[in-house]
Design a protein around this ligand. Structure first.
Ligand code: FES
Length: 109
């Protein structure tokens, strides 16, 4: 089944990003939709709320690789490209991408 994001949202970044970020490291940022984590992934900066859709765990501990994030509580995995949960999970994480200096748009395949 193809994963499709029908409802893309735009939000604004209210805090600044580091000038020389380390790839795969999580950076807390403030947005118009609250606190999020930012990480430089394969395609550049991506952002997500630090609350796992499964049961509210956090992604603060970095267990993922460059293409997915892994919850530290039950180890559910989510794509940093689309937000789709790993096969069999049946859930997704909203992922945002930077499209301007301070504007983020929800992304998905
Ligand atoms: S709370 Fe994240 S996998 Fe269960």
């Amino acid at each position: 089944m193809k994963w499709t994001n029908l409802f893309r949202r735009k939000i604004r970044l209210l805090s600044t990003l580091p000038e020389a970020p380390v790839q795969n490291r999580f950076y807390p940022v403030t947005t118009t939709q609250g606190e999020m984590m930012g990480v430089v992934a394969k395609e550049g900066w991506v952002f997500f709320k630090n609350r796992c859709p499964h049961a509210g765990g956090t992604f603060a501990e970095h267990l993922g690789n460059e293409s997915e994030v892994v919850c530290s509580l039950h180890r559910f995995r989510y794509s940093l490209q689309t937000g789709q949960g790993a096969q069999g999970q049946g859930d997704f994480l909203r992922i945002y991408q930077l499209i301007g200096t301070d504007e983020l748009v929800e992304k998905g395949a």
